[in-house]
Design a protein around this ligand. Structure first.
Ligand code: ATP
Ligand code: MG
Length: 558
């Protein structure tokens, strides 16, 4: 598990939410702040959730407040414990600690019920028997007001009896709902007598079969916030209109109609290029087996990114880089990848892996056994120490690092009659090459200059190119999974059929060799494979598999 994020004294850029909090504290509206992260356990968390997690937990840390983890579990049909567990793991992995135990909206089902009764008694809620089609018709449209339901004027006593009957299982699903009595002519559709409770004969992962009526999000969320003493309830912009309903519910309940009750503030959600973030679409990718699962390294999920080698620090840094605003926009994948590279460049140990190997024989290497060379774990950080690599008569280099004839003057790799330096080792020169029947190079015969380990040739000749290699007898074979964008277009969510714009080359599998030191590489920890990119060992495969975390530079299909 990763390190926990601690409060620090770093000055963070202000944003509109920090301005509100600063005012609320200065005006003594609140003595301290409490936020919450409220996922619905109906899927795995994605990078958009990471933005919300970093915001809510980050504010609590910066203002020495608290942040709750609350499962917004009011829709049992789509929720389950696998999702609950994955969400806890992902939040903890990002480095955040929730206040006390995780909470569940379902912990408050008795209270929601009691508050619904309070609204009924106040004449502010009624049981409505319009069917779905009638309800739609009565609701009106954006240009036309709605019509009052014929059940709107039922007396509180009668509504109470009906609501109790709903709870007792006396009505079928869809037969009736409890609605708030607000305003059928409101210009906000969500205020046209919204549903507060509906009948669902569903088993719930927390409350079992105790309930057959379940509250709607708009009713449960604000009350959960108020019960937990949340001060700033942060959500994404699509809930902007619903803020009226949030306020209406709390203002009409005696326990909560106070100046320090929670308030909702909306910020723009993260949209990331070349991927989708809608849970429905992510479910579809998993269910249709277009990816290996929720934690497929191509998925925008936190578990996918962890499996791919992204670090919690890089993801938190990404959240800071994109900032918080009220403007909807599309964030470039390059911003996320830059945050990952900037972190890994500093923390990732260096190593060599040959992804598309071709054999090299060093003809003048006399010893039968390979020799050991000490190579730095990180060229700029001596404290990371050294690793043992090997050099001997038989090596592997990457096929792309050899050409019989250099195509141009810029080619600084190995060619016949040309010299190149092997990273961390000697200068070699290619003499000739064997080919198979199809013309593919099978073996390159070379000599090495034994006087050039860690130094330039004494005669002053210049050898500019450096390529990577592994010694063949000590090398360990490995599979490399080279990942690319999951979609071919920047906004696949807009495509009529998003599956039709999947990138067929989003995963390319190669087989090659790595340094022997990587035989026991820990999973999920990224290394820089010199000249190839950042890779980490896969956390699921039984054999040695390395996932490409990110290329060394911004590229497309490379
Ligand atoms: P759905 O409602 O489709 O199930 P959701 O993405 O809204 O999915 P929730 O579990 O309700 O999922 O989200 C939990 C929290 O994360 C909410 O506060 C939500 O606003 C926030 N969140 C979800 N997606 C994003 C995003 N793309 N960017 C920022 N915050 C997000
Ligand atoms: Mg939601």
């Amino acid at each position: 598990m990763s390190d926990k994020v601690k409060a620090d004294s770093v000055e963070r850029p202000v944003n509109f939410i920090r301005n509100i909090i600063n005012d609320d504290l200065a005006n003594h509206k609140h003595q301290s702040i409490t936020t919450r992260f409220p996922p619905e356990p109906n899927g795995y968390l994605h990078i958009g959730h990471a933005k919300s997690i970093c915001l809510n937990f980050g504010l609590a840390l910066d203002y020495q407040g608290k942040c709750n983890l609350r499962f917004d579990d009011t829709n049992p049909a789509k929720e389950n414990l696998e999702y609950v567990e994955s969400i806890k793991r992902d939040v903890a992995w990002l480095g955040f600690e929730w206040e006390g135990e995780p909470r569940y909206s379902s912990n408050y089902f008795d209270q929601f019920y009691a508050y619904a009764v309070e609204l009924i008694n106040k004449g502010l809620a009624y049981v409505c028997f319009l069917n779905a089609e009638e309800t739609r018709e009565y609701r009106g449209s954006l240009t036309e007001p709605g019509k009052d339901s014929p059940y709107r004027d039922t007396s509180p006593a009668e509504n109470l009896a009906l609501f109790e009957k709903m709870r007792a299982g006396g009505f079928k699903e869809g037969e009736c709902v409890l609605r708030a009595k607000i305003d059928m002519a409101s210009s906000f559709m969500c205020m046209r007598d919204p549903t507060l409770y509906r009948v669902r004969f569903e088993h719930h992962h927390q409350t079992g079969d105790k309930w057959c009526i379940y509250p709607m999000y708009d009713f449960a969320h604000c009350i959960s916030d108020a019960i937990e003493g949340i001060t700033h309830s942060l959500c994404t912009l699509e809930f902007q209109d619903n803020r009226r309903l949030y306020d209406w519910v709390l203002d009409n309940l005696d326990d909560f109609n106070k100046p320090d009750r929670p308030h909702q503030y909306e910020f723009s959600r993260l949209n990331l290029e070349y991927t989708v973030m809608s849970k429905r679409k992510l479910h579809q990718l998993v269910d249709d087996k277009l990816v290996e699962g929720w934690d497929d390294p191509r998925m925008p999920t936190i578990s996918g990114m962890r499996r791919r080698g992204y670090t919690p620090a890089a993801m938190r840094d990404f959240a800071e880089r994109i900032g918080i605003s009220k403007v909807d926009s599309m964030t470039g994948m390059n911003i996320l990848e830059a945050a990952v590279r900037d972190d890994l460049n500093v923390v990732a140990p260096r190593t060599m892996g040959v992804i598309d190997p071709v054999r090299v024989i060093i003809e003048n290497y006399a010893d039968s056994a390979p020799e050991t060379i000490q190579a730095p774990m990180h060229p700029q950080n001596e404290a990371m120490g050294k690793r043992e690599i090997f050099f001997g008569r038989e090596l592997y280099i990457d096929r792309a690092d050899f050409a019989e004839v250099a195509p141009d003057n810029k080619f600084q790799r190995l060619a016949l009659d040309k010299e190149v330096r092997l990273r961390n080792a000697y200068i070699i020169k290619a003499l000739r090459a064997d080919k198979d029947a199809d013309g593919n190079i099978t073996t390159i015969y070379c000599t090495y200059d034994p006087e050039t380990l860690g130094k330039n040739p004494a005669d002053g000749r210049k050898v500019k190119g450096v390529i990577h290699f592994v010694e063949a007898t000590k090398a360990v074979s490995a599979e490399f999974r080279i990942y690319d964008r999951l979609f071919t277009v920047p906004n696949p969510g807009k495509a009529d059929d998003f599956e039709s714009v999947l990138n067929p080359d989003s995963l390319v599998v190669k087989h090659g060799f790595v340094e022997p030191g990587l035989a026991d590489a820990p999973v999920e920890v990224a290394y820089q494979f010199e000249r190839e990119g950042y890779f980490c060992r896969d956390n699921k495969a039984d054999s040695l598999v390395f996932n490409r975390t990110v290329a060394l530079r911004e590229t497309w299909n490379s």
